[in-house]
Design a protein around this ligand. Structure first.
Ligand code: ATP
Ligand code: MG
Length: 460
């Protein structure tokens, strides 16, 4: 538990119980305010924000249920535990429906009560932690994390800044790995009116039959496997952003329904007859040429116009090579921090290669190449031998090396590293596959400075 004293409101009309239990709680390190009736409890809640309130249901004047109602309206984040007389379970159920988190029966056992209080406070701590993580994650998608100084990227930034405060639909286009999702996140986090989440759905990864229910939800029994009501992603993203990734892959049938949802800002869950209003921002992305898809009859023109209110096009990396050194520096810093390495330089030859490469996989490919280079770099300089470029003779770093011994080392390192990844860093398996003894493998990992750990390298 955290250092800060949790504040608890204890509302019970039985003076002896209240005073004794307050003492117990204080001894346990909590700060307690005790009140003897419902009115005082409401007053206390109005004046102060308690982490937790313990409310007796039977109190003179204003009962615990009424206090609970007020508490939920005023301080919905307060955790409330109800105390109820033996046998009045219905009351307790009612209280839970109204927003209480738990209830205990009288006579109250102090140790049981303490356990339940701790559970609720732990919940609050986890929630706070989650919030922090969310903020951290948003920070990662901050616009400052999108690297680029070329004119085309400046234009992208300008559009992002202008569109973020609006609720207009945005269509992001660009080849794979150009940063479409990153830009979508940035628009979401720069939008001041956002109260909801960023929810992403990959339209190409979900079978056609499920996509509709995934997006709009369904009612229990609307199809064979619909065992209960399910909320759709449109509702999950309410108040926030729904990111429709790979929209170019969306089946025509679903496009019609999406169009209706976009136009009317209303959805109809599968099997339901009552439409639900949804207020959110839609961002779609695709690496397909939608104009071509429209001509070929695979994409609806009306949906295209609805989504493309504002268009953001991310140019491929080979059309903005001037950004490569900046991106390299950015990723080297990131992986240094993640891996505790200290690369500070990239050799001229290595940089020349990086700038000249084709980058079919765009920034994602560059990021992976740098991740690997940081792993492999033996000192503060990333050398050409640390860089493995797909589709290039230099993949093994041999071509440029004049010194046979370091070429052999580079080759060996590459082979071992690949094998380790293939066998998920299971050293016994790897050694077997490489046809060497386990102790030799350990020695080589050490000699060749292959960073240990269960890492898997993402595919480009
Ligand atoms: N300009 C950039 N600056 C920093 N990092 C970037 C930039 N563009 C892309 N990235 C990084 O490259 C990786 C790929 O980006 P992202 O997933 O946004 O691409 P995408 O266009 O959505 O690709 P795909 O079409 O394959 O889904 C991510 O890790 C992202 O953080
Ligand atoms: Mg993507």
């Amino acid at each position: 538990m955290s250092e800060k004293k949790h504040e608890i409101l204890l509302a019970d009309d039985e003076t002896t119980f209240r005073e004794t239990f307050a003492k117990v709680l204080e001894e346990e390190g909590f700060s307690v305010a005790g009140v003897g009736n419902g009115r005082d409890a409401i007053d206390a809640l109005m004046k102060h924000s308690y982490a937790l309130a313990i409310l007796d249901i039977q109190m003179p004047g204003c009962d615990g249920i009424s206090v609970l109602r007020e508490a939920m309206a005023m301080r919905p984040q307060t955790r409330v535990i109800m105390v109820t007389a033996y046998g009045s379970v219905e009351m307790a159920v009612e209280a839970i429906k109204l927003g209480a988190c738990d209830y205990v029966m009288k006579p109250v056992r102090f140790d049981e009560m303490l356990t339940r209080i701790r559970q609720q406070l732990r919940y609050l701590e986890l929630e706070a932690e989650n919030q922090e993580l969310r903020e951290e994650l948003n920070g990662r998608f901050d616009i400052s994390q999108i690297i680029g100084e070329t004119f085309v990227m400046e234009q992208v930034f300008e559009t992002v800044r202008k569109v973020a405060p609006t609720r207009s639909n945005v269509l992001i286009t660009g080849e794979s790995g150009t940063g479409k999702e990153l830009v979508a996140h940035a628009i979401h986090s720069l939008s001041p009116s956002n109260t909801g989440r960023f929810v992403a759905v990959n339209c190409s990864a979900i079978p056609e039959t499920l996509l509709e229910s995934e997006l709009f939800g369904h009612k229990k029994g609307s199809f064979t496997s619909a065992f209960e009501d399910k909320q759709g992603l449109f509702e999950t993203a309410r108040g926030g952003t729904l990111f429709l990734d790979e929209i170019g892959h969306m089946p025509m049938g679903c496009q019609v329904k999406l169009l209706r949802a976009v136009e009317q800002r209303q959805i109809l869950p599968v099997g339901s007859t009552s439409p639900v209003n949804v207020d959110l921002r839609l961002i779609a992305a695709t690496n397909r040429d939608l104009v071509k898809e429209i001509k070929e009859g695979h994409f609806r023109q009306d949906l295209y116009y609805r989504m493309n209110v504002v268009g953001v096009h991310l140019p491929p990396l080979r059309e903005r090579r001037e950004d490569i050194p900046l991106l390299v520096e950015h990723f080297v810093k990131r992986y240094n921090a993640e891996m505790g390495k200290h690369c500070t330089r990239v050799s001229r030859e290595a940089m020349k290669r990086l700038v000249a490469h084709e980058w079919r996989g765009n920034v994602r490919e560059l990021q992976n190449v740098i991740e690997r280079a940081v792993i492999f770099a033996e000192d503060e300089t990333i050398e050409v031998t640390d860089i493995a470029l797909v589709g290039s003779d230099a993949a093994l770093g041999i071509e440029d090396s004049e010194d046979l011994q370091s070429a052999v080392r580079a080759y060996e390192k590459e082979q071992i590293y690949r094998a380790l990844n293939k066998y998920s860093w299971d050293k016994a398996e790897t050694a077997k596959a490489l046809g060497i003894g386990l102790s030799s493998l350990y020695r080589k990992i050490d000699e060749l400075a292959i960073p240990s750990g269960k890492r898997s390298v993402r595919k480009v």
